[in-house]
Ligand binder design. Sequence first.
Ligand SMILES: Nc1ncnc2c1ncn2[C@@H]1O[C@H](COP(=O)(O)OP(=O)(O)OP(=O)(O)O)[C@@H](O)[C@H]1O
Ligand SMILES: [Mg+2]
Length: 332
Amino acid sequence: MTEEVIKIEDLKGYYRGSFGIVHAVDGVLLSVNKGDIMGIAGESGCGKTSLAELITGRPIQLLQHEGGQVYVNDLSMYGVDDEVIRKEILCKVMGYVPQASQNSLNPVKKIRNFILDAMRERVGTKPKNKEKVLNQVAEHFKKLGLEKSVMDKYPHELSGGMKQRVVVGISTLWNPLILIVDEPTSALDVTTQKLLIETFIHLKKIGIVETILFISHDIPVLAQICNKCVIMYAGRIVEKASMDDIINNPQHPYTKMLMFSIACFNPDGSAETKLEGIPGIPPDLKNPPKGCRFYPRCSSRLEKCKENYPPFFIPRTESNPVACWLYEEVGD
Ligand SMILES: Nc1ncnc2c1ncn2[C@@H]1O[C@H](COP(=O)(O)OP(=O)(O)OP(=O)(O)O)[C@@H](O)[C@H]1O
Ligand SMILES: [Mg+2]
């Protein structure tokens, strides 16, 4: 039986400030099952980071939870006290590696001191026996391919890949059931990306984490690790499918165009597909269109797409939900 570890129902989160209201996440519906490595993909600004922040139950400043629910292991993240989230959920149940978090390492602190600070902040008290705790951390770091000597280094003495492993190491210290990683590979070269991806696979294989939400705008990166993938566009999810179907059998017009815009090279250096960009730009999320948000850029648009946002439909030959009126005829 599949076990739903994250359930998201009509989730809405907006940034509110002097700049106005940005509808960053605007009605997201999603289920993540135990054991999945689910990719979240989409163009820059489509709301991937905002969605991750909202899933943690306590999003960054300015991003406000406006409606809907997030259940993590059946616990409503917006129905419990901050203390429960901090003590019971974050770290132990859910580890989170925010976008660009390798830059959050304190430049004037050795990694060992940064770890002790992070532990105090997350657990609420200082570890009593520092050396014992740091030895345990070093053992954990070994599983991520980090030498013990890393503990005595300053961030500037580490490569980008090593810094990223350190932040992943800290976020997985408590063996969280779920790990959310936001663009963990985007600042790394291709070889280092591959090594980091192998590290995530290893962490899952040895049971440190069970389920991973892997956010990236880079579909070839997601293809290396994910079994499922959702595509976001302008604050909403437009398609949910297996990773294989997203790449080889996309259904939503946006997903299709996204796949056509990916460079895919054969070993002999020739391009496998003709590269095509997506014409137009995504809508302004301060004033999103009423109907389908992809309508202005869609070559398959129907008249009704302009006024009405499509619910999820299941194409006849598929089992993957697609938010597109083209599939209305074949049932929902
Ligand atoms: N602090 C903020 N204040 C106001 N608007 C914001 C803020 N952070 C993000 N946004 C806006 O919210 C929307 C979603 O942004 P978000 O960062 O979630 O997208 P993303 O998919 O993670 O993009 P990227 O791939 O570039 O990381 C965008 O329109 C963005 O401009
Ligand atoms: Mg982001």
